[in-house]
Design a protein around this ligand. Structure first.
Ligand SMILES: [Zn+2]
Length: 446
């Protein structure tokens, strides 16, 4: 809990509180964070039957009790179950605000798949159990507890600190960050944002190798491969078959690799990580970071699915349907192809590449339209990386040094997608910061 507090302070302020009072405050904040964490886990916030509004209201009650003004606490959203919470911590206005974001919703959890009730917080043998303990109610609890702690210590920042706890990061049609940016940008407008849903501690056999700050992410896009055919009776088949056309196109996709791509962030990631690893892996990372990259090194690294995804746009078949009766020739065959597009590459260019790879005029390739909270089509657009800010990296490095001396801070590109993309597209640089202290976390995002 302490480290978030420390770098909140380092973002440009000092605090005139004696150290004995601070350490007492720290214990109190830890207790508070634990209590909030438990409260949030016990509120089901899934898309199907959960309620994000209940969680927003529970947190709002805490802010009111802590002395935040009513006008600085807003609960709003496009539907009754998906309301977001926005809290403004007033500073002296010398600089533009910083926005902190976290999502309150969690992925579905079926009771029969769990050994314990996923919506009942349990602490056992030094671990926390419950849906959202890792992604990301621990982060939400840290943010709420720190805002309340700073308030109780009389802290006055030189800029407003805004907290946005939001809905539908994990899916659903009411993404809170998207909705807030479109409907109430002034509530959350900031110089930059910190997203506790991104960033990782990379580890090797439990030992921390680096603290990663997520400054870029790939773009999510779905494409449909479709083959149509007049059909006919299966007792007199012709070679012109919708399922065969589609499956041959998908086989060609299976054998295709998008061209190598590398940007400032991934090049830096490989060159920094090379110094933290050994042997062939280290040599390959060094090779990939060269300008131009060493092709052999790139090929080696690309055998690992994670590094492959860092080095290329990837597209993979994820769903399949076709035919309408066991004894009829198929009139349709369709596949969903999910792509993770390298930042800066145009989604339409990816579609054209897929069309070329499918290499069959009887297989059409179209982009699947995503929709926003209010049902409007959402264009898939390229997401720019966020340039690293010295004020932020310095604050984080200082904090990391106090907790894990020598642990390097490295900017990364996330292969999944987080709410950072909406902010980056809207011109608010976004940085994903590891908050899952004590957890070995996997790649986050949808
Ligand atoms: Zn998440």
């Amino acid at each position: 809990m302490r480290h978030i507090h420390a770098w909140l302070l380092m973002l440009g302020f000092s605090l005139a509180v004696p150290s004995a009072v601070r350490s007492q405050g720290r214990e109190e904040a830890n207790r508070l964070a634990r209590e909030i964490f438990e409260q949030l886990i016990n509120i089901n916030t899934t898309d199907s039957v959960g309620n994000v509004t209940t969680a927003s209201e529970a947190m709002a009650a805490r802010f009111r009790k802590a002395g935040f003004a009513e006008q600085d606490i807003v609960i709003a959203g496009p539907n009754e179950r998906k309301k977001n919470l926005v809290v403004r911590y007033r500073g002296n206005g010398k600089r533009k605000p910083v926005l902190f974001v976290g999502h309150l919703d969690v992925v579905e959890a079926r009771r029969e798949d769990w050994s314990l009730d996923p919506f009942q917080f349990v602490e056992k043998d030094g671990f926390f159990y419950g849906r959202g303990t890792e992604d990301m109610k621990s982060g939400d609890a840290l943010l709420v507890a720190n805002f309340i702690r700073l308030k109780s210590e009389g802290f006055v920042p030189d800029r407003d600190l805004i907290l946005g706890l939001t809905a539908d990061e994990e899916g659903g049609s009411s993404n809170g960050v998207d909705w807030l940016l479109r409907e109430h940008r002034d509530w959350i407008d900031a110089e930059y944002s910190i997203n506790l849903d991104g960033g990782e501690f990379e580890r090797d056999k439990g030992k921390r190798l680096m603290a990663a700050i997520q400054a870029s992410e790939k773009v999510y896009a779905d494409y449909q491969f479709e083959s149509l055919n007049p059909g006919g009776h299966s007792s007199v088949p012709s070679p012109d078959n919708a399922i065969y056309h589609l499956s041959a196109a998908l086989s060609r996709l299976q054998g295709f690799t998008f061209p190598l791509e590398i940007n400032e962030i991934t090049r830096n990631y490989f060159s920094r990580t090379a110094t933290l690893t050994a042997g062939q892996l280290s040599a390959d990372m060094k090779g990939a970071a060269q300008q131009p990259p060493n092709q052999g090194a790139v090929q080696h690294l690309s055998k690992d699915p994670y590094f492959n995804s860092l080095l290329h746009t990837t597209c993979v078949a994820t769903m399949l349907s076709g035919g309408h009766a066991p004894n009829a020739l198929p009139q349709t065959a369709r596949a969903n192809v999910n792509c993770r597009i390298f930042p800066g590459e145009e989604p339409e260019a990816v579609r054209k590449t897929l069309e070329r790879v499918a290499a069959d005029p009887k297989v059409s390739v179209t982009m699947v339209t995503q929709t926003s909270a209010d049902g409007k089509p959402l264009p898939v657009v390229s997401v720019p990386p966020s340039p690293l800010l010295p004020e932020l990296t310095r604050a984080m490095e200082k904090t990391i040094t106090t907790m894990w001396p020598g642990l390097p801070l490295v900017a990364t590109m996330s292969t999944g997608a987080t709410d950072g993309k909406y902010l980056r597209i809207a011109g608010i640089p976004s940085y994903g910061v590891a908050c899952r202290r004590g957890f070995v976390s996997s790649e986050s995002g949808t």
